[in-house]
Structure formats: structure tokens, C-alpha cells
Write a protein that binds this ligand. Structure first.
Ligand code: HPA
Ligand SMILES: [Zn+2]
Length: 350
């Protein structure tokens, strides 16, 4: 099914990797703390006098052998412990936005986890002002449109999320929405009903991780209890035909993360990924990098490896994925229309 009404011209398969790289795209699911490369972790640890549990960049990288979400999160939170000053948050976000620009990402909506930092004594202002300044400078100097989404850690109580939202309100104009991340199983979306209701009253966009490792029921409650506009991951939806119908009917975007799913063993191999099934059922699936420094690649690596490994994916799917990402972004309508024109021209030229 094609929700764009644009049948792309016949494209030689050898041109597909180049197209995947050059097409304009939006990244809607990436955790800025997950863009900390081992080299930067060591540089910041030295700058801030933080002691690391690993002797070298190589030793740290070797520890990136994950069996599930929790095995990753343990290392991810340890890596984030080197972030202390506003400059640290700025440097991390500028480095990611540089990589995004190189991958022809025209819009980046970046998750950040304030509780990971405020629990260590870092001020909310330090986190948000550093990240925000990076967005402003990247936009001005490189033309990328960048925005922030504040995520609550779901393994912590809802009271902590409510307090985090209140603490962030002096910076209300610095982020566009709220999300829900960290350990999924055992922490269903409905645990956060009150804080999402409060965020909605504040006019914030709402998203949540659901159906990464957790069951379809978590996707239903993210939609019907939290009222989210997009589902982060959502790949477990295929186990519930009624849910598939609902997601297709309402064009609820799924922000799918192929290399993340491979590294966290959500699918046995990348070739087993169900993204083609999602797209062919008319769901607004998108491709994203999640935690690019930990999972083996940024946006274009996610696209090119996915299309190398999943045999049925075509140029029409590539167009649909990029179209969906722009459509599902929270950017201004005029910007979205401009990027969709650029996308179409990119395929017409190919
Ligand atoms: O993939 C993820 N899932 C849940 N929480 C996360 N925090 C960073 N990455 C992830
Ligand atoms: Zn994620």
C-alpha cells in the first residue's frame, strides 16, 4: 500500500544505496546520550576527572555485546556519567548533528533523559541549555532543523517523572514533547498516565517506547491511555491484527530502529526484520538509529544495511520510509511540504 500516491519511476537496483544516502529524511528516534562515541566518553572523562570502569576505548567497545535491552541500558547509563557541564551536552549534540547532516537528515528530533543526569547532581538547566544551544547553532550554521523531546525513565516511579516535568517547566520553550524510555517489560505505559495528561495540558507532543520487547498491549495503552502521537519501536504490533488495523487506519507512525533491534536481539538477524511487513500492511514505519554509537551506525548505515539484508525491499519502500519520516515529524507544515518536494525530486532525478 502506498499512502503517498506517488509511484516512483523504475530505478536500477545499483542506484538504490546512493539514493538511500542522498534522500532527505527525518530522524525521529534517537537518544542523544546514545550518540556518545567511546572516544568522546574517554575525552569527557578526562576533561571532567571522571573514573571509568574500562581501561581503553577498545575495552569499552568490546563490552558492546548485548543480549537484550537491559544489558545495553546498564552500559549506556554508565557512559552518560561523563556528562557534567553545559559544554559537554553541547559538544555531544553538535557531534551528532554533524553526523546527521552528513546523512542528509533535514530534521532531527532528539530524545534526552534528564533523570540520568539530575540524579547525579547535574542541574536541569545545564542539560537543557547545552542541548538547546547545539540545536540553535546547528540550525544556523548547517541548516538542519533540530528539536528536543524530554523522556521519562520508566523504571523509576511516576512521581519522579512528575517532578522532572515540573523541574523542566522553566525551559518549556526548549523542548517540543515528552517520551517514555528505559526498561520496558514490567513498566507499562499506564504507569505514567498522570504525567502524560499533565504534558498534554501543557501543549506538549506525546510519544512513548512501546512494543520493542513488550507486548502489543503496551502499544494499545500508549495509544489509548497516554494518547501518544507516535510509537517508538512498535515492531511487536505484528502479533495483533486488530492493532495493525488501528495503526494503519490512524497512520500512527512507528519509529523503527533496525540496527538497534539486531544488536538487542529483538530479531535473530537483520534479515529477519519485519519492516517490510509493516510497510506492506500500510503502517507509517520509519527508520531511525536509536543509539547510534552503541548499535553500529547512524541513519544511512541503518538504511543501507537494512536494504542489503532484507531481500524484498525496493526503491518504493525507500521513498515511503523517507516520506513517512517527514510526515510524522513535529516540524512546521511548510517545512514538511518543502522537504517532501525535495524528496520527490530526488527520486525523479534518480
Ligand atoms: O532502545 C531503547 N529502548 C528503551 N530505552 C532506551 N534508552 C535508550 N535507548 C533505548
Ligand atoms: Zn529508543
Amino acid at each position: 500500500m502506498n499512502a503517498t500516491n506517488f509511484e516512483i519511476p523504475a530505478i536500477d537496483a545499483t542506484r538504490l544505496p546512493g539514493l538511500l544516502r542522498s534522500m532527505p529524511k527525518a530522524e525521529l528516534h534517537m537518544h542523544i546520550e546514545g550518540s556518545l562515541e567511546p572516544e568522546m566518553i574517554f575525552r569527557l572523562a578526562e576533561r571532567n576527572g571522571v573514573k571509568l570502569a574500562y581501561a581503553s576505548v577498545e575495552a569499552l567497545r568490546e563490552a558492546y555485546a548485548f543480549t537484550d535491552l537491559q544489558s545495553f541500558l546498564d552500559i549506556y547509563y554508565a557512559g552518560a556519567s561523563v556528562l557534567l557541564t553545559q559544554q559537554d551536552f553541547y559538544d555531544m549534540a553538535r557531534a551528532y548533528l554533524d553526523r546527521a547532516v552528513a546523512d542528509n537528515v533535514v530534521r532531527a528530533e532528539m530524545f534526552f533523559d534528564p533523570q540520568t543526569h539530575t540524579e547525579r547532581g547535574v542541574a536541569m538547566a545545564t542539560v537543557i541549555e547545552g542541548l538547546h544551544r547545539a540545536c540553535v547553532d546547528a540550525e544556523r550554521e548547517q541548516g538542519i532543523s533540530a528539536a528536543l523531546i524530554l523522556c521519562f525513565l520508566r523504571h523509576l516511579p511516576e512521581e519522579a517523572a512528575l517532578q522532572t516535568l515540573e523541574d523542566a517547566l522553566p525551559f518549556r520553550d526548549r523542548f517540543i514533547g515528552v517520551g517514555l524510555d528505559s526498561s520496558e517489560v514490567g513498566h507499562p505505559p499506564e504507569k505514567f498516565a498522570r504525567v502524560f495528561a499533565r504534558a498534554r495540558d501543557l501543549g506538549l507532543h506525546l510519544v512513548a517506547h512501546a512494543g520493542e520487547e513488550g507486548p502489543p498491549a503496551y502499544i494499545w495503552s500508549a495509544l489509548d491511555v497516554l494518547g501518544v502521537e507516535r510509537i517508538d519501536h512498535g515492531v511487536q504490533a505484528v502479533h495483533d491484527p486488530d492493532l495493525m488495523d488501528r495503526l494503519a487506519r490512524d497512520r500512527i507512525a512507528l519509529t523503527v530502529c533496525p540496527l538497534s533491534n539486531e544488536k538487542l536481539c529483538v530479531f535473530p538477524t537483520l534479515a529477519d526484520h519485519n519492516i517490510q511487513r509493516l510497510l506492506d500492511a500500510g503502517l507509517a514505519a520509519t527508520v531511525n538509529s536509536d543509539d547510534p554509537a552503541y548499535f553500529g551506525g547512524y541513519m544511512n548505515t541503518n538504511f543501507t544495511r537494512l536494504f542489503e539484508q532484507v531481500p524484498g525491499l525496493t526503491a518504493q519502500h525507500a521513498y515511503q520510509l523517507a516520506f513517512n519520516s517527514i510526515e510524522a515529524s513535529f516540524a512546521a507544515v511548510a517545512d514538511k511540504q518543502r522537504w517532501q518536494v525535495q524528496l520527490r525530486e530526488c527520486f525523479e532525478r534518480a
